[in-house]
Design a protein around this ligand. Structure first.
Ligand code: UD1
Ligand code: CA
Length: 458
């Protein structure tokens, strides 16, 4: 039978000094608790249940795909497990308990912890780590034969116990039935007046039920986040871990310390990432793309061999061989079709730029559909908003939009049509026509010369 998982995430996280509950804080755009959920799932756990409490109205919407259980008052980690019992009614076999504030745990370690308990037939396995500085953690107290005897919280520890550097990481695998038989026997006679989950281990040992300690292969995985300093440290570890995996899979990073990639991003081979590149959310980048420097791409798809330079791309699709930037801003709903170009200081929203079309300089394009092989001159703006509602602009294949054209939507420019530079186009333009809207140019001979001579006389 597969393992189930329980993630404790009801605590406030006072030391974060934040309006936001601790587990909702993010690393690389993903809330801490989500990393733990994914590690549990990746480690084969099903179901995954999360205990929420403090800030539940913020935390639960992050967990729509898992079962959540409320712990209304946070009376300790043992009490949190008590609150979750109903969610595991009749559960048999392994139950992994994880901390929602420890996002660096990996699926491999979850699996190893389950295997450590199951292969030894122990009632519980505890993941431990030996730390240079164990401050703040519960200490692992071993008996004469080296077996785990109990865990003592720092606030309850003697000086001698405080000197122990082997700590409880807060990750466990229990025999589910045994856990729920014992978790109700806890008391809160300790320095913090809390029901400690750690005390279950001592109860088990007193009944001679075996408990094993498994040392973490990489103590960094067990880093619990209590402060914003630790949040930044964990983010650094995650950044390195993710970047390393991508580089080993064929991605070039000129300086991996200056590249940030979220955990849900997919990158193909031969992608090059320049410094100050952020790839976040559900983003996919295909083979041969060059991204950055100074680029942020969120929830977007980038096709093969595209170039995105010094730009922001959100909720958009950049197709094969398209070129974006420098300093373009693609907002949600934008599709840049194959071979198209969106150039310097161009903003595009909810629009399609057709195959091989170009919007090279200083434009705003909103709610527009641009056909194939269109040239949109510098400074062209779609006036899509009349102060009340948004209107569409359609530019058909092969049209040529003169520089500084105002396209007052709704408006349609027919295939092959041309607009004169500086025109405010308010009516549809038929195919192959020229539309010019500007006053006749006046030329006054000698005017400039006369002005010069006037000022010389003064
Ligand atoms: C806990 C362990 C400690 C271990 C450390 C590792 C206990 C008693 N102590 O201490 O041995 O070294 O983790 O990080 O378990 N939570 C709830 N409900 C509560 C209290 C806590 O859901 O009533 C959650 C928190 O949100 C957090 C996790 O449990 O995700 C750990 O709680 P925390 O208060 O941080 O425990 P520590 O004091 O760090
Ligand atoms: Ca903690």
């Amino acid at each position: 039978m597969g393992a189930s998982a329980l993630i404790l995430a009801a605590g406030e996280g006072t030391r974060m000094r934040s309006r936001l509950p601790k587990v909702a804080h993010e690393i690389l755009g993903v809330p801490l608790v989500r990393y733990v959920v994914e590690a549990a799932r990746g480690g084969g756990c099903d179901p995954v249940v999360v205990v929420t409490g403090h800030g539940a109205e913020v935390v639960e919407p992050l967990l729509e795909d898992v079962t959540t259980v409320r712990q209304e008052r946070q009376l300790g980690t043992g009490h949190a497990v008590q609150c979750a019992e109903a969610a595991f009614a009749g559960a048999d076999g392994s139950l992994v308990v994880l901390s929602g504030d420890s996002p660096l745990i990996t699926a491999d370690t979850v699996r190893a912890l389950v295997a450590a308990r199951e292969s030894s037939g122990a009632a519980a396995a505890v993941l431990t780590a030996v730390l240079e500085d164990p401050a703040g953690y519960g200490r692992i107290v071993r008996d004469e034969s080296g077996g785990l005897s109990r865990i003592v919280e720092e606030k309850d520890a003697s000086d001698e116990e405080r000197a122990i550097r082997e700590v409880n990481t807060g990750f466990y695998c229990f025999d589910a039935r045994v856990l729920f038989e014992h978790v109700h026997k806890l008391d809160n006679a300790n320095a913090q007046g809390e029901f400690y989950l750690t005390d279950v281990l001592e109860l088990l040992r007193r009944e001679d039920l075996p408990v094993v300690a498994m040392a973490a292969a990489d103590p960094l995985e067990t880093l619990g986040i209590n402060t914003r300093v630790q949040l930044a440290e964990a983010a650094k570890v995650m950044q390195r871990r993710i970047n390393r995996a991508h580089m080993l899979a064929g991605v070039t990073m000129t300086d991996p310390d200056l590249v940030w990639i979220g955990p849900r991003v997919t990158l193909a081979r031969d992608v090059t990432l320049e410094p100050m590149t952020f790839l976040l959310g559900e983003t996919t980048v295909s083979e041969g793309c060059a991204i950055g420097p100074d680029t942020r791409i969120v929830d977007s798809v980038v096709g093969p061999d595209a170039v995105v330079d010094s730009s922001i791309v959100t909720g958009s699709c950049v197709c094969e061989g398209a070129r974006i930037g420098p300093r373009a801003y693609l907002r949600p709903g934008t599709v840049v079709r194959p071979g198209a170009k969106v150039g310097t200081s161009v903003e595009i929203k909810n629009s399609i730029v057709g195959e091989r079309s170009k919007v090279p300089h200083l434009s705003y394009i909103g709610d527009a559909e641009i056909g194939v092989g269109v040239n949109v001159g510098a400074g062209t703006i779609t006036c899509n908003y009349d102060g009340r509602s948004k209107h569409r602009t359609v530019i058909e294949d092969g049209a040529f939009i003169g520089s500084d054209t105002m396209l007052v939507a709704p408006v349609r420019i027919g295939a092959g049509a041309v607009t004169g530079a500086g025109s405010a186009i308010t009516r549809d333009v038929p195919a192959d026509a020229l539309a010019v809207e500007r006053s006749e140019q006046r030329v006054i001979d000698g005017w400039a010369k006369r002005r010069r001579e006037q000022s010389d006389d003064e």
